[in-house]
Design a protein around this ligand. Sequence first.
Ligand SMILES: [Zn+2]
Length: 421
Amino acid sequence: MKYFFPDSQDLVDPSFDFERERRSTTRKRQRDDLYAHEVFSSTPFDGLLVSKGIVDGYGGLGSRYTLAQRHRLLRLGAPEFFRIDQAPRKLALMGDCGAFTYVKEEEPPYSVDELLEFYGGCRFDYGLSLDHVILLFKPEADASRDALKALVPKEMQDRRELTLELAEAFLRKHKAGKYTFEPIGVAQGWSPLSYAESVKALQKMGYHFIALGGMVPLKSPELLACLEAIDKVRKPGIQLHLLGITRTEHLKDFDRLGITSFDSTSPLRQAFKDDKDNYYTPERNYTAIRIPQVEGNPGLQRMISSGEVSQDVARKLEKACLEGMRLFEAGKRTVDEVLALLMEYERFYDPGSKKNHAEAYRRTLTDAPWRKCPCDVCRELRYHVVLFRGAERNRRRGFHNVWTFYQQLEKQLGLEKGSAA
Ligand SMILES: [Zn+2]
């Protein structure tokens, strides 16, 4: 089972000095900054998933790409743009339309021709057909025709029809245009049966590779029920890609039910979006230690400018935490001593909060998991990797999570994926 890492231009600056928090003055973002696959000696994924919706920045969502980057991607093609020859492992490039970015529109904002041109121009290895997400899950609708009528609004049923029509046009135009990437048909549905029907229809059209869309909001039992239904109609040799999974505890079930690849941003995002699960290890997840930058923290800035708290005191507490962590790593401070500093700063920058990180931090400091992690990020950053502070640290912790996740994936599935390390 292959893991595709969704691109949203998450790069790190190799010139960043973690002790002094300075960058090289000659740093050029586009030339010098590194992708996750350029950071590790063994690549922690099998391919990249690139969404047109993210490249273009559809609707209210700003693009993760600058205009110049977008032009470079289209001019150079994805292999060169992403410098995938720098990765120790051969990476596959998969393009999709990013249907979640336009889920609220009545119809997809792109045409099949535009999408084919985007995939062809980017020189992807795989391209997903144009689809429209159905924001509804009604397994009860499978009971009868009347149940379906009562539970699934016509516009949602239309979305499934439209997705199939678009897949049909996509395959036809892919052939006529002599595109060389492999086409992937997208299945949408609102229940196990409707998903299975979509897969059946796509197989009949001639697709050998099918992606399952719109399953991100589903709970695990719902997701598994859909995969079971699909498994019953799946023809031998059909490849199945699961789009955007957030739960990773069912990898063995996915494997058993014929999933051949999936993508997930969770390992990266949890590093800086989750309340507590910020740093992965094979045994458990740890909470990262928050030492917000006085300058970069909006809440703190507000309190300072309203005269509620003093900027000098804020700076002093922040500095004491950083220094405390440095001395802790050097064996010159105990867990309790550092914890006292961290909690004093937390009460200062987040006074009204009921969140108290004392117990979580104690665990992180006591176990010091970064000292045991063999990944390139932890070996280079040491304790800085667990500091919740600024994009350079937070993103690298995300990369570490991706790496750890991939190790687990290999182990759980017992796959010999071959590492270049
Ligand atoms: Zn690590």
